[in-house]
Design a protein around this ligand. Structure first.
Ligand SMILES: Nc1ncnc2c1ncn2[C@@H]1O[C@H](COP(=O)(O)OP(=O)(O)OP(=O)(O)O)[C@@H](O)[C@H]1O
Length: 254
């Protein structure tokens, strides 16, 4: 059984068919890239998986459960984490504090235990801190833990966002154009980090990315969309040889 199965999704905005019977699957521990020209429907797929958009037909099955039956706020609790194209960090908080914010979902001892500083609350805090230390080490941010987020370089903030997403211990990580806006020289480093996260944590990743160098070097599988339809799926080598993919990308900066 695949970890994530997107089945025949249909989504329209007025006369625009954003998703047209779109299907693809992601196995456990697989890194699947979703690529396609602007307006192909990539963000719409993420918005359907996370419950922000409601497709008119189709299913999104994650570990056997249909996510479309859940309200958006319950999707994350199933083990789905997402990063956004635009950074959503708190500039005045430190790197560690920003990262810790991603963890409260799993470790919730209840308001009374928190207010009274009961042992259960202290244990939960210690576990969360230990987890944050692990995540900071994995993302290479240990030495910056005490720095305020404001003023850190953009590439570092992208890593903080990634670290925060990992704090919920997701089984599925959705990355929305993580390399957008990065200086060219830092794209390879970010790609290495994403590949390391997949290898060390064994989580499934769906990567939406225009930077084809990164996509081709770290993905197991590439799903190519155009006008809401899947036009090709295969290994990076297979899709890069496909005539329909080449036609869809003609004139696109790849
Ligand atoms: N909230 C919305 N309201 C109206 N139209 C929308 C909305 N969201 C997406 N669309 C339309 O749906 C289509 C798919 O858009 P989507 O943002 O999913 O594409 P994309 O592949 O993520 O593009 P990009 O690479 O530019 O981010 C486009 O025609 C877009 O204009």
């Amino acid at each position: 059984m695949p970890r994530l199965s997107v089945e025949e999704l249909e989504l329209s905005f007025g006369g625009i068919r954003a998703l047209n019977k779109l299907s693809f699957a992601v196995a456990e521990g697989e890194l699947c890239a979703l690529v396609g020209p602007n307006g192909a429907g990539k963000s719409s797929v993420f918005n359907c998986i996370t419950g922000l958009y409601r497709p008119s037909a189709g299913r999104v099955v994650f570990d056997g459960r249909d996510l479309l039956r859940l309200p958006a706020h319950r999707v994350a609790a199933q083990g789905v984490a997402r990063t956004f194209q635009n950074l959503a960090l708190f500039p005045r908080l430190t790197v560690l504090e920003n990262v810790l914010l991603g963890g409260h979902l799993n470790e919730r001892p209840g308001p009374l235990a928190c207010a009274l500083h009961l042992p259960r609350h202290r244990r939960a805090e210690r576990a969360l801190r230990a987890q944050a230390d692990e995540v900071l080490a994995l993302t290479g941010l240990e030495s910056l833990a005490g720095n305020p987020a404001s003023g850190l370089p953009y590439g570092t903030l992208k890593r903080v966002e990634l670290a925060r997403a990992l704090m919920s211990r997701p089984r599925l990580l959705l990355l929305d154009e993580p390399a957008a806006g990065l200086p060219h020289g830092e794209v390879g480093e970010l790609g290495d980090l994403i590949a390391r996260i997949r290898a060390e944590l064994g989580i499934s990743i769906v990567l939406v990315e225009h930077h084809m160098g990164m996509v081709m070097s770290i993905s197991d599988k590439v799903v190519v969309l155009n006008l809401g339809r899947r036009i090709c799926e295969g290994t990076p080598e297979e899709v890069s040889r496909d005539p329909e993919v080449i036609a869809a990308y003609l004139g696109e900066a790849a």
